[in-house]
Design a protein around this ligand. Sequence first.
Ligand SMILES: Cc1cc2nc3c(=O)[nH]c(=O)nc-3n(C[C@H](O)[C@H](O)[C@H](O)COP(=O)(O)O)c2cc1C
Length: 262
Amino acid sequence: MIFYFSGTGNSRWVAGKLSEILDCGTPAAVHEELRNAGESGMCRYSLGADEPLILVFPVHSWGPAVMMLRFVSHLEISNYGGQPVYAVCTCGDTCGWTDRMIRKALESRGLPLTACWSVRMPNNYILMKGFGVDTDEVRETKLHTAPHEIEAIAGAIRGQSHYRCYTVGKEPWLKTRVINPLFRRFLAGPDSRTEFRVSDACTGCGLCARNCPAGVITMQDGRPVWGRGCVQCTACINRCPVRAIDWGGITQSQGRYHHPAL
Ligand SMILES: Cc1cc2nc3c(=O)[nH]c(=O)nc-3n(C[C@H](O)[C@H](O)[C@H](O)COP(=O)(O)O)c2cc1C
């Protein structure tokens, strides 16, 4: 059973590839699972006797994307009996201690993490000065290498290899223990405000509202309006077909990225 969260398609594509290779059905998007949860708000599933549970999600500020943490905190495997639990995170560069954070979140639901891998994918983070999408060359190299890494991860899940790949990077303590909580509190928390604004190039197509996994964009008089609770996935800004969305006046000249399969 594969669950994924994805803003710009990288993690969705990785989840799809893994599912193809391992033949384990259509991956489920966690924001939809959360939205469809019943009155209790819990997401309940049962696993086959040897069926693995696989979570695929992007690294956001050296921790798991908040929507995946939210999903795990609502996750119940009714017949859990030691089936393997895997995490595959996609990152532009380094993950810090994302693996420790997802391990802790899973453990609090009684689900011990068996292994965690990272896959380097094109960077989608453009919401801060000094950050930007990859050069064409770097992006193409990552897109070319990723399928081999996914094959290797699938091989390890099948027990055919001991493939291990997880890129911590420098100063994980500072990044995951100091910067990540600030990110979750002020930028990706339930009350976070956004700096998104829309230009006259907007055609009112509504794609940003439909693509927003947090459901915080509404169309008012044919223009998107952002409410509170954005999770900073960057789907709206990166997937706008006419580049009408900007963040805080700093992204007009930035590149945009979404996975080519979207
Ligand atoms: C808010 C935010 C924070 C990010 N932080 C990191 C990070 O700490 N380390 C990293 O390597 N990449 C980081 N990235 C890049 C994404 O992890 C990477 O591009 C990922 O593959 C995007 O997945 P998606 O297309 O499924 O949303 C960040 C992206 C966003 C939007």
